[in-house]
Ligand binder design. Structure first.
Ligand code: ATP
Ligand code: MG
Length: 249
């Protein structure tokens, strides 16, 4: 479980991106962060693995402790996979080599200069198979479609053998059909492995279709936090009535 205890983020230029956020994220739960541009979705996601360090409050992880020192942070990051909108893959490298990057968290920096052990290759190939891309293992990722590249990004995060997956707009640049396939695949894997997932999305229909829980954000605060069946149309409309945050200290 990941706990956010009353966290806030104020960026250096004075922009208040998040205020008084207290949340718990559970293993096995597929949580969607929904909100208009500037609502604070990426900031909240990045706080969950300290890519953005909250300026207020604490982040605690069950079994690891408070993320306030390099030891707990390293342990937490090893078990937290991140999936990005723009994949952040190495284009000229094969799908397999990109997925193997997910294994580096388990090796020393020096070890990572040499070919990784066979077991890591087996784990990476298994992850590619789970996203339906075993047949592309030796293809350079620049020769793959956008949807296939995103699946390589998911396989790389899975290769970390995480407990939590964080995904920032993982289907923002994909067509609706591909977006559905990718989210369905991701949700199935999370259910099979009991992984917690926190995913930011722009599309309400996708959030309602796949979220076990939807957290609506506006101007850096939580508007609602519910199961999709309990969310009213007015609440969804409210998300987009708020103008992007212009708050500063
Ligand atoms: N590095 C930064 N420095 C200053 N302000 C920032 C920084 N990153 C984000 N912000 C501001 O913080 C607020 C929240 O931004 P954030 O990126 O978390 O929103 P978002 O919900 O992910 O938006 P989008 O849907 O456009 O990705 C916005 O007002 C944004 O302009
Ligand atoms: Mg964002």
């Amino acid at each position: 479980m990941i706990f956010l205890d009353n966290i806030g983020v104020t960026y250096q230029d004075g922009t208040i991106a998040l205020e008084n956020i207290s949340l718990q994220f559970f293993p096995g739960e597929f949580t969607v962060l929904l909100g208009s541009s500037g609502a604070g979705k990426s900031t909240l996601l990045r706080c969950l693995n300290f890519l953005t360090i909250p300026t207020k409050g604490q982040v605690r992880v069950e079994g690891i402790g408070t993320l306030d020192n390099p030891t707990t942070l390293k342990k937490h990051r090893q078990k937290t996979g991140m999936i990005f909108q723009q994949h952040q893959l190495i284009p000229r490298q094969t799908a397999l080599k990109n997925v193997l990057i997910g294994r580096l968290a388990y090796h020393s920096t020096l070890r990572s200069f040499f070919p990784l052990p066979k077991i890591d290759q087996i784990i990476a190939l298994d992850c590619l198979e789970r996203v339906g891309l075993l047949n592309k293992a030796l293809t350079p990722v620049k020769q793959l479609s956008g949807g296939q590249q995103q699946r390589v990004g998911i396989a790389r995060a899975l290769a970390q053998q995480p407990r939590f997956l964080l995904a920032d707009e993982p289907v923002a640049s994909l067509d609706p059909g591909t977006s559905h396939k990718i989210l369905a695949n991701l949700k199935k894997i999370c259910q099979e492995d009991g992984l917690g997932a926190v995913i930011s999305l722009h599309q309400i229909d996708l959030a309602l279709d796949y979220g076990d829980r939807i957290i609506g954000l506006a101007n850096g605060t939580i508007l609602f936090d519910s199961h999709p069946s309990n969310i009213h149309t007015e609440q969804l409309a409210g998300l987009y009535q708020h103008s992007p945050s212009m708050k500063t200290v």
